[in-house]
Design a binder for this molecule. Structure first.
Ligand code: UDP
Length: 140
């Protein structure tokens, strides 16, 4: 299996509860390596751009408000089959439906405040990494 990269966000519900380390530990224990990381306050424009695919969805406005409600930690993760590996350890979007042992089952608050974002394809991973990181900020 090839070593690839994916993009992750530790969301405001997690930074508010001081769970940056707890989330990162679960990512690392799942075989992912943090090769870039920064804590930022996302602007409304950034959140609207990042979640642009969801613009027509009923939850879009609330999601943008939530993602700008506090700091987030944006990360590039590297590992074998990183996109799938990360999606597996994240768990289902709604923590109520997530498997035991996943980040969302163990830590998330709700379908919106669900602790982590992870790219859903290699194509989107490349787009999302480039949205937040310059190539020289990623050190593998
Ligand atoms: N979301 C929400 N309500 C919903 C569905 C999604 O607030 O009914 C939020 C949630 O924070 C989710 C994000 O929108 O993580 C993006 O949704 P997506 O369907 O892409 O889920 P993900 O890929 O994050 O599991």
């Amino acid at each position: 299996m090839a070593v690839t990269r994916t993009f992750s966000i530790i969301k405001p519900d997690a930074t508010r509860r001081n769970l940056t380390g707890a989330v990162t530990k679960m990512l690392e224990e799942a075989g992912l390596r943090v090769v870039a990381s920064k804590r930022i306050q996302m602007t409304k424009e950034q959140a609207e751009g990042f979640y642009g695919v969801h613009r027509e969805r009923p939850f879009f406005g609330d999601l943008v408000s939530f993602m700008t409600s506090g700091p987030v930690v944006v990360q590039v993760l590297e590992g074998e089959d990183a996109v799938k590996r990360n999606r597996d350890i994240m768990g289902a979007t709604n923590p109520a439906n997530a498997d035991a042992g996943t980040i969302r089952k163990e830590l998330a608050e709700s379908i919106e405040a669900n602790t982590v974002h992870g790219s859903d394809s290699e194509e989107n991973a490349a787009i999302e990494i480039a949205f937040f990181f310059k190539p020289e900020e990623i050190v593998g």
